[in-house]
Write a protein that binds this ligand. Sequence first.
Ligand SMILES: [Zn+2]
Length: 255
Amino acid sequence: MELIDSHCHLYVPDFAADINEVIKRAKNAGIKRFYLPAIDRESESLLFDLESRFPGECFAMQGLHPCSVKGDFSEELKRVETSLSLRKFAAVGETGLDFYWDRSFESRQYQAFHQQIEWALHYALPIVIHSRQSIEQTIAVVREHQKGSLNGIFHCFNEDEQSAREIIALGFYLGIGGTVTYKNSKLPEVLKNIPLENIVLETDAPYLPPVPFRGKRNESSYIRYVAQKLAEIKEVDVETVATITTANALKIFAV
Ligand SMILES: [Zn+2]
């Protein structure tokens, strides 16, 4: 069985002490590739370091996280722009809109999101989107830019079926992670009606661990619990979930 973790922050300090073990456990669980979304300037060198330690397994994205859009955002965007011009990345991301934590930088979040989509189009890269308490607005921005060539993932998708269908109609994939295993999650009902062909798996490690690891650090090997849950929802075996979602991820990412 081959799995791909389409979204994990394995470079953050939470993993500094045992990253080799974390990667080893993940490989033993069948995970072949780890896609690393960028956050901001502070974590960039950690991300690049991890990528260079695991060539062909860890793949860097480049972007500015909406929660890192602050007063210095134009410098941050300049850094992203330069970096994108210097080498190949798997995707632009994570980018998007987050109105949950802080709305004071809302207009700058929009500006940063539009800008990053334009770079994705320019370099023919997919975008990895973070959306929290902003799904309608996020979909509207993507729709505005979708002339046929834009693609990517709505990471940590946790919305209703209507939003899922709009995202799929835009040619995007749903990133499904640990939240699908949560007791009160409405996602299982939603995903019953969504084909596996529109889904990729992710952990968002070290965040959002699946049941039975809630409250602990999440890691990529736990993606099996997400795959297992999806298999139950879709009434297929877990190998089918792995085969289809892995093929989807390989189709999306530029490397
Ligand atoms: Zn993330």
